[in-house]
Design a protein around this ligand. Structure first.
Ligand code: NAD
Length: 471
């Protein structure tokens, strides 16, 4: 049993003022593995006070000093790589191979931010004035449970790069992972007060940060519903918000797609991170003329996915993070069946021989675009397959959602795929791939998938305010 009874304020691990205690579970077994002591408004006030004080000096540091801090943060994470991996496997239920990649990726975000900082225009000389991009101030980061430390690092790295200070409220479901990450930050010799971490619920700690008058910006990753609450809570003090929200991403297979490549890719796009990914391509949009060829391939590649032992290097699917998330996935599978979609593979309950919060990778065909499973974000391994007769119809279906975070196109004709990509309303469109390899590219959503961008100079731009000095 692990007890996480400290939060991190002004460079010190300290007991929270808050008295609430939340149990932590291993999602692979459903067994209780620890507990976390949660902070409250008093803890938020202390953390913001420390960040505000630190901002006075940290905002004046040189690029060189901040670059060195970013390198130290990277090194501190790499030094604890094994511990971070073990915590993500145990507490989040993430299979080891995916976990290892994610830990490296998260650490690398500090080096990426250093590069972005070195090419960012902190000052622009115009003809009659200078525009100085000043750091905004104290930034509050509120993060979800999926990929705990990736989200924390993606928000912290640009703060360090721009000279801002930060109060982080991680997901209350990720306390063991956050504890190790906090120890990494502590070991990186960052000036006191620059990084503060307060465990707590969204309704108490999250809301207190959102309305705090000394917080200049809230950068949030999570569900669209909570994103709306944060925007409302930030209104009174007119604080800036960056919102990375939910998705229901389309994956459009064009008529000429090579199915032996496009179908395993579609499975990966839908089910990576056990389907608990904001950018998951959970609506597969295929030509009506090829659906009978596609169905057996979807089944073949899904039943081949290895589910279960999280320490085995070839395990691909792990459990849902919590019992609540498992129940949500079951509810959506039930709604697909009740609304008349055809269950191709998977279904209700646990995969054979597994308990805990494991759900079955599930694919529905004959899905109508208005069905609940085609409209709402499920955040589990459930794929809805829809068919089209014309490309215009494919684009209409792809855009028929409140979301616009990510999209995918498969085709052997790259020019045609690009033409389709330009017509899809989405923050990014990936062609014949599940991964965007461009670290300098912005990430964020169209429509109700978010406001603002992270990554590269676009991410840095969210953390500064332009000031004009004219003679
Ligand atoms: P969530 O919205 O329930 O919670 C996210 C965070 O917000 C948690 O730390 C939670 O405690 C906090 N919170 C909850 N209510 C709050 C309130 N009223 N005020 C302030 N903070 C509050 O999301 P989740 O279940 O942790 O994560 C899954 C969601 O995150 C999915 O919708 C997924 O699409 C989204 N997500 C988006 C991205 C992206 O980059 N767009 C990435 C990962 C996850």
């Amino acid at each position: 049993m692990k007890t996480i009874d400290k939060i991190y304020i002004n460079g010190v691990f300290t007991n929270p003022h808050g008295k609430e205690i939340l149990p932590l579970f291993n999602p692979a077994t459903g067994n209780r593995i620890g507990e976390v002591y949660l902070g409250d408004e008093t803890d938020v006030n202390e953390a913001v006070k420390a960040a505000k004080k630190a901002f006075k000096t940290f905002s004046k540091t040189s690029l060189k000093e901040r670059g060195e801090i970013l390198v130290r943060l990277y090194e501190a994470m790499i030094a604890r790589e094994e511990d971070l991996n073990a915590a993500a496997v145990e507490e989040y239920g993430s299979p080891i191979t995916a976990t290892k990649g994610r830990t490296r990726y998260s650490a690398q975000l500090f080096l990426d931010a250093k590069k972005a900082m070195e090419s960012f225009e902190f000052e622009t000389q115009l003809e009659h004035a200078v525009v100085v991009n000043e750091p905004l101030g104290v930034i509050a980061a509120i993060t979800p449970w999926n990929a705990d430390y990736t989200h924390i690092c993606s928000k912290l790295a640009p703060a360090i790069a721009t000279g801002c200070t930060m109060v982080i409220k991680p997901s209350e479901l990720s306390a063991i992972q956050t504890q190790i990450l906090t120890e990494c930050f502590d070991a990186a010799n960052v000036p006191v007060g620059v990084i503060n971490i307060v465990n707590g619920t969204g309704l108490i700690v999250g809301a207190a940060l959102t309305s705090h008058t000394d917080v200049a910006l809230v950068t949030f990753t999570g569900s669209t519903n909570v994103g709306k609450q944060i925007e409302r809570g930030a209104t009174e003090s007119l604080k800036r918000v960056v919102l990375e929200l939910g998705g229901k991403s389309p994956n459009v297979l064009l008529e000429d797609a090579d199915l032996e490549k496009a179908i395993p890719l579609a499975i990966d796009i839908a089910f990576s991170n056990s389907g608990q990914a904001c950018h998951a391509g959970t609506r597969l949009i295929v030509p009506d003329s090829r659906i009978e060829e596609i169905k057996p391939l979807l089944k073949k590649y899904t039943v081949a996915l290895k589910i279960g032992d999280l320490h085995s290097p070839d395990t691909y699917i792990g459990p849902m993070v919590s019992e609540k998330q498992f129940e949500t996935v079951q509810r959506y599978i039930r709604s697909g069946i009740e609304e008349g979609a055809e269950l191709l593979v998977g279904g209700l309950g646990h995969p054979e021989g597994l308990g805990g919060f494991y759900a079955r990778p599930t694919i529905f065909v004959n899905v109508d675009a208005k069905m609940t499973i085609a409209q709402e974000e499920i955040f589990g391994p459930v794929l809805a397959v829809l068919t089209y007769k014309t490309e215009a119809e494919a684009i209409e279906i792809a855009n028929d959602t409140i979301y616009g975070l990510s999209a995918y196109v498969s085709s052997c004709d790259i020019d045609k795929a690009r033409q389709i990509a330009l017509q899809i309303l989405s923050g990014r469109v990936l062609i014949n791939t599940a991964i965007n390899k461009e670290a300098k590219a912005p990430f964020g959503g169209f429509k109700q998938s978010g406001i603002g961008r992270t990554s590269g100079v676009y991410g840095l731009a969210e953390y500064v305010e332009p000031k004009v000095i004219a003679l």
